[in-house]
Write a protein that binds this ligand. Sequence first.
Ligand code: SAM
Length: 246
Amino acid sequence: MPPAHAGHHRVVEVPGAPPADLPVQHVEVARAESERGEIVLRERREGEGPAVLELRANGVFVMDTREVATEQALASAALAAVEEPRSVVVGGLGLGFTLREVLADQRVERVTVVEIEEALVGWMRDGTVPHGPAVLADARVGVVVADVAAAFAEARGASYDLVLLDVDNGPGYLVHEENAVLYREPFLSSVRAALRPGGVVAVWSSAPSPALHDALHDTVGACEARALPVLLQDREETYWLYLARA
Ligand SMILES: C[S@@+](CC[C@H](N)C(=O)[O-])C[C@H]1O[C@@H](n2cnc3c(N)ncnc32)[C@H](O)[C@@H]1O
């Protein structure tokens, strides 16, 4: 049986009407169409609680601003794995939490962000996502609007210290079926070719994936699977990081 969060990312939406004393209100903040379909940013309020921003793609929940510990852990675990993380790639800007964690590390000199949705980059830049402008204003950041598969196909000769990939839910529960290629060959070899010796690639996944572990191990180098416990609303869940060293 698939885990309860199948089809969702990070936070489970509880089906059915919210309790009467905790009305959940949604307000659409921005909407855009691309060749992959529709992306929507919306604000969620639960009772008197703070407003939370949600990102959805084709009606599927991608992430929100409430539970971002594992987006941050993707960065912090990888940053801890190398001595000099000078040059970093972040695949998938999302709402910028992985990127913000990378930028908090003063050893980092350059971050290349690869994001496929141009509208999302715009919403981060123009303040539609309130914390976005501050994150993208950092002079160390360069944003490339592209499919990360295409970006690495052209990245031979690069010498990155870290590549952080959080572009989908992991191989089991994809938001975009086309992203299946990002968890196997030949994409992983193109990432390996863009890493310096000793560099690390880290991949976020919503579920354990022995196939991803083995593919990273075979193409990049020794791979460690790390469980990340998270509390989603009142339920314990586990997400996964795969870290492989070239
Ligand atoms: C789950 S979000 C990333 C969350 C991010 N780690 C954060 O901290 O906010 C995934 C992002 O990857 C982007 N994306 C999806 N497929 C992609 C691809 N093939 N290449 C580049 N970006 C992609 C999505 O548009 C989305 O912004």
